[in-house]
Ligand binder design. Sequence first.
Ligand code: C6P
Length: 421
Amino acid sequence: MRSNQDTTGKQRSPTRPFDAKGIRAGFPILKQEVRGKPLVYLDNAASAQKPQVVIDTLGRFYSTSYANIHRGIHWLSERATEAYESARADIQHFVGAAEANEIVFVRGTTEAINLVAQTYGRTHVRAGDEILISTMEHHSNIVPWQMLCEATGAVLRVAPINDDGELLLDEFEKLLTPRTKLTAIAHVSNVLGTINPIRRIVELAHSHNVPVLVDGAQAVPHLAVNVQTLDCDFYAFSGHKLFGPTGIGVLYGKAALLETMPPYQGGGHMIQSVTFEKTTYNKVPDRFEAGTPHIAGVVGLGAAVDYVKAIGLDAITAYERELLTYATDRISRMAGVRLIGTAKEKAGVISFVVDGVHPHDLGTFLDNEGIAIRAGHHCAQPLMSRCGVPATARASLAFYNTQEDIDALAAAIHKSIEFFR
Ligand code: C6P
């Protein structure tokens, strides 16, 4: 499907209103009732639901085209290899990478960041060097760097944020020194929804010769991403948040950097030749894809990015921005509710706390109303400390959510306030 077509293959008119309800009809799971109420799914930042086209692609692939890839000389293996590599090309175009070889398949954002920490990091980082992250990072973009620092004697530096949850760019710049070997920053915060100015961050970092890894887990479902325009060196994201299967994710890396990196794991397919004396490694990206990969996951992710492209990321961003404004307005007006994360540039994530109600109790209460949100520290404990809360309730949007979903959420929060009073 091409990007100027909608999900039914019709030409998309730029003036046609965004058809969230029509899109939602293509997600079978959203049609069910939960605890006797229509399901309102607002936990998209944790994982997004799958459209029928992705479910069908997986079923069709397993029914007609499945075999191991790159190894077999038989027809099915060739067919499966073709599907796998063609999905790599789809994903290359989705993020605007210059070459398909710059797309490495991994299990998810977490594995992508660990790969860079353990390969690029172990090669380039020495005792006394520094890795620069920010206060708003997910544990996946903190712990791999701490592990690298422990192993090498390097030091982790943290750029602060303001009370709205925006990165303090001046402070970030001050922390870029000749000792900084890499900076790793979220494109969109999973707790605050803040959209970081990645293009500017890359400019600043590159002016100090510091490469940039972007944690794009929460960005790719909401914003058009072009890694060449951003000029970032690495970009990591997960398939399951992008309406694709679980267990599959992507590491984009500039070819010139990937070429310098040693393998992450050893095994089949990542080699050129093996003797007991010496092994030589395969070209990029195969060098980083040891063993049998999640073949169907890759094919499913290819279908998911085609699906998202057909709806159009610009239309998605505009629609979700309207819905976010509506939701922010409704929720922030409620007495006793405080928003956590009020940056000027935000994607569809609304974290909040309610006076006198623990976020977990609120989450359970909303679940009884058929509303799925997340409550907790969201794998961002240092950020919770910065915000002065142990946990938040978090509603996170996708393009299939509607104003009715937000109305149901607001009504249920209101009911919970009455209940816990
Ligand atoms: N955040 C959330 O509910 P994985 O688990 O590897 O697919 O993604 C990790 C990850 C990395 N960075 C950011 C910004 C993320 O939001 C996540 C996953 C989920 O917020 C699960 S903790």
